[in-house]
Design a binder for this molecule. Structure first.
Ligand SMILES: C[S@@+](CC[C@H](N)C(=O)[O-])C[C@H]1O[C@@H](n2cnc3c(N)ncnc32)[C@H](O)[C@@H]1O
Ligand code: SF4
Length: 454
């Protein structure tokens, strides 16, 4: 249990506490400030740890930012002393490491000292430096630009780890017609409201739609596609690929698709409910390659019951296929996933070794990290990293992770974002999660979205 005398710090402190797992004694935290002095005391296991930092601040926002930073750091150091455990990203929680690095650079400072202060490992700080270098030429804050997201919340079946708002098409297939009618209206309403940098049709599993329905989506997106714009379809699970559907994507100017193995182990694929085999992955990959798409492959480290040897094999096999991008996720235990009902805490024995192996092999094969992000409840407190061959970084992923362009998101549960660069603030607007509600309210949703971006 955690107690603190300062309410607005509770959530931040809990994020740090969570890094250290469940077996901790009660923790008491006290915060006081005196001018520019921030003093934090942490009492844990009968010992008291005191930390004082001095930092000039102006305005309540800045005061709170430093208060949060220093209290998290104090708790992290106390728990590190108490447990003897180090975390790969130290006390960094609640902010994307790359965003923090960019903020430091914009303030005219090297970000390494701040990362060091936050106890981030040198290796991870270097990973962030490599991400920033991969983003050169793509990272651009331009007012009035946007990326378009189109959500297709249908899947062939539900994977046990997945918490995305998608459902088994066997149960929700009856809504496809209505959903596409609504999507067409929404896409029509947002046409031309921004200059688009990229388009991403995601899910879910867009290729679970039959060719006719898929073509309706592609036709509705077509007016948004300007020459040279990156156009991704998260085709997704290898069990839904057909030559006919891939030819449709090609004919509509799609440039990049995802062929996602998650793992190449047939035993794991069964365990996680993916309903396809490693042989299907090779087949789907071959079909996609023949069409000349840039291909992304998603893998997950830490899947239920998967050994280090199996994960290493998946990395080796993904590299051998030589796709433009490989994304290595760390298993995350999220509400809404079947896995979350089965396990309340995530412990993956070799996760650090898995991540270390993926980094070593991907660097050696000529891939560079180009985006990374972290989430709560990730195995090993690690990260998700997108890797790319030279010149193949996905603009959509960079823009979304770094929040450097508006995001016009269409479909059920889609969250649109508007970035106000000068004020350093982002506004969001979300659509209903539930497909029938999205369909029923589409006129109001479309109107609201137009106003949001006006
Ligand atoms: C929105 S999903 C769509 C992918 C597509 N439907 C498929 O399964 O191939 C995008 C990616 O998120 C990752 N993912 C989903 N749930 C995850 C979890 N709980 N932990 C880690 N990665 C997860 C998977 O790698 C997945 O490919
Ligand atoms: S991982 Fe992909 S296929 Fe599996 S449930 Fe999630 S979105 Fe659907």
């Amino acid at each position: 249990m955690l107690t603190t005398n300062t309410d607005f710090l509770y959530g931040e402190l809990m994020d740090v506490l969570r890094l250290f797992g469940a077996e901790l004694p009660d923790v008491a935290h006290y915060f006081v400030h005196d001018g520019y002095k921030f003093a934090n005391s942490v009492i844990v296991g009968g010992r008291e740890y005191d930390f004082t930092e001095e930092m000039p601040w102006r305005g309540e926002l800045e005061f709170k930012r430093y208060a949060k930073r220093f209290s998290k750091l104090a708790l992290y150091k106390a728990l590190r002393a108490e447990t003897g455990k180090e975390m790969p990203w130290g006390a960094l929680t609640g902010i994307r490491p790359t965003k923090l690095a960019y903020a430091e650079r914009e303030a005219g400072r090297d970000f390494f000292p701040l990362f060091k202060k936050f106890c981030v490992s040198r290796e991870n700080a270097e990973l962030v430096a490599d991400v920033l270098s991969s983003q050169e030429g793509i990272y651009a804050k331009e007012e009035g630009t946007a990326d378009l997201y189109v959500g297709i919340p249908f899947c062939p079946s539900k994977c046990n780890y997945c918490s995305f708002i998608t459902a088994d098409i066997g149960r929700t297939g009856k809504y496809i017609g209505g959903y596409l009618d609504a999507l067409e209206k929404e896409l029509d309403a947002v046409h031309g409201i921004r200059r688009l940098k990229s388009v991403y049709v995601g899910g879910g599993t867009p290729l679970v739609l039959d060719a006719e329905a898929l073509e309706r989506v592609l036709r509705a997106v077509a007016p948004h596609i300007a020459a040279g714009v990156e156009y991704t379809v998260e085709a997704g699970r290898p069990d839904v690929f057909t030559d006919e559907k891939l030819a449709l994507l090609k004919a509509h100017g799609v440039t990049r698709i995802c062929v996602n193995p998650q793992t190449f182990s047939d035993a794991t694929l069964v365990r996680i409910g993916r309903k396809h085999t490693a042989a299907d992955i090779y087949k789907a990959f071959g079909m996609a390659e023949k069409c000349g798409f840039d291909i992304n492959c998603d893998l997950i480290a830490g899947l239920t019951g998967e050994s280090l040897a199996e994960f290493k094999d998946s990395i080796d096999r993904a590299i051998a296929l030589s796709p433009a991008n490989i994304t290595v996720h760390s298993l995350c235990l999220k509400k809404g996933a079947k896995l979350k009902e089965e396990e309340s805490l995530l412990f993956v024995a070799d996760i650090e070794k898995m991540i270390a192996y993926s980094r070593e092999k991907l660097y050696a094969a000529g891939y560079k990290p180009y985006y990374l992000y972290r989430q709560k409840y990730m195995a090993g407190n690690s990260e998700n990293t997108g890797w790319t061959k030279a010149g193949k970084a996905c603009v959509y992923n960079v823009d979304v992770m770094e929040e450097i362009a508006d995001n016009i998101a269409c479909g059920a549960n889609a969250v649109s974002k508007r970035v106000f660069f000068a004020e350093g603030r982002i506004e969001r607007i979300g659509s209903p999660k539930d497909i029938p509600t999205y369909i029923d309210k589409i006129d109001a949703i479309a109107e609201e979205k137009r106003k949001f971006f006006a």
